[in-house]
Design a protein around this ligand. Structure first.
Ligand code: HEM
Length: 132
């Protein structure tokens, strides 16, 4: 019985914005960072800016290491209930990438660079032979 782990579910409004008991939501999981504030390599200031809300974007913008991600497990206290969950945008990004007409527009741009480089190389090559 003692080994069964049940995930505690929280409403977004239950996530404390109190600096004395600070909680943060990252990827729809709830973290109690009370004992982490002093230890955070990025400082407590940035953590305090995210308390009581979804800090996923701020967390990802920093590009946290795998070590940092593993460290998070220690502070996780539960997850957000289904109704309060935030859309995880990252997962849908690769789909829109391939299906957009934006892609066909940007693909001709990717040709421009090597073609321009080829033209410049030809000019330089010709000058070399004319002058020598
Ligand atoms: C429980 C959640 C978090 C954990 C365990 C954590 C852990 C860490 C660790 C281990 C580092 C050192 C660099 C690395 O290994 O990536 C770091 C750096 C940093 N973190 Fe966090 N962090 C958390 C949440 C946040 C949040 C919500 C923000 C909001 C902006 C943040 C901002 C930063 C910044 C600005 C740095 C410094 C980056 C640098 O100096 O290059 N962290 N964090």
């Amino acid at each position: 019985m003692a080994s069964t782990t049940t995930t505690k579910m929280f409403r977004l409004k239950e996530v404390h914005a109190d600096p004395k008991k600070p909680w943060i939501v990252i990827h729809n999981s709830v973290y109690d960072v009370t004992n982490f504030l002093n230890e955070h390599p990025g400082g407590e200031e940035v953590l305090l800016e995210q308390i009581g809300k979804d800090g996923t974007e701020a967390f990802e913008d920093v590009g946290h290491s795998t070590d940092a991600r593993e460290m998070m497990a220690k502070y996780k206290i539960g997850e957000l209930v289904e109704e309060d969950r935030f859309q995880e945008e990252e997962k849908s990004t690769p789909k829109t990438w391939t299906s957009d007409n934006e892609t066909s527009e940007s693909s001709w741009k990717s040709w421009l660079y090597p073609v321009a480089l080829g033209i410049v190389a030809t000019i330089v090559y010709r000058f070399f032979f004319i002058n020598h």
